[in-house]
Ligand binder design. Sequence first.
Ligand code: NAD
Length: 269
Amino acid sequence: MVKVVISGIMGRMGRTIARLAYEDPEVQIAGGVESPDCVHFHENVKDILNKEDVDAPITADLSKIIERADVIIDFAGSTEAVLGHVRLAAADQNRKCMVIGTTGFSDEELEEIRQLSKDIPIVLAPNMSIGVNLLFKLVEDAAKALKDKGFDIEVVEMHHRYKKDSPSGTAVKIVDILKEATGIQKVIYGREGIYENGRPSDEIAVFALRGGDVVGEHTVIFAGLGERIELTHRAGSRDIFAKGAVEAAKWIKDKPPGLYDMMDVLGLK
Ligand code: NAD
């Protein structure tokens, strides 16, 4: 049995994770963390789930309930808040693990998470679905195979109108994979202006579309002369990410300190 505290519990992802964690016999919801500014703030997870057999306090301050948790699943809508939680978990006398789904960290914040993962096990993954993690692998294989063969690479993503960060954490990860596989270092976000000599071959362009209630879509286009390959993942429901987060919490409980990603959890490496 793994005891989880869910941070950002009133959010779109937090609520979905709470529902799936409740349904999983190997998981016990020990508490929730939520911003006091949240207009729908509830004091107990049972009020979110409408389940009388749950008794798990919700607080704005993780330090008040951290002793109840084996693993903190963090999908808080603030990278600063998540970093505060990682610091708290790393400083705790008892071994605490973290599963971080929040995206939009700065390079400095990522470096601090990397440092803190020397003390505690952390899964950090901008996308916890099995399909997207397979997409990462397919993109890497395709990019390596097509390297220096005259294919232009463009990345397109689309998300719902409320998404805070842009481009998505998943698109950023795809770009990192493409850079590593192709050696191309120049990345541009959107395209404007005049291209007298056509599209430069030594750049990757990323386009972030926003609108409606789109859960998340990512396409990597490899465009050559006379043929085009497109690798696409479309998320139809947030359950795929939440399921991954719950699986990651079960997986990480017995792991040594270190920084892991979803490819580790899913055995795709
Ligand atoms: P959301 O805005 O619906 O939810 C975020 C929640 O965090 C809100 O309830 C907000 O009040 C709360 N929050 C804000 N400050 C907080 C604090 N200091 N402490 C605790 N809670 C706090 O957003 P969402 O759609 O649920 O997404 C949350 C994050 O997860 C985003 O960064 C998003 O990009 C990311 N995401 C990751 C995956 C993945 O698979 N890794 C999938 C979907 C979304």
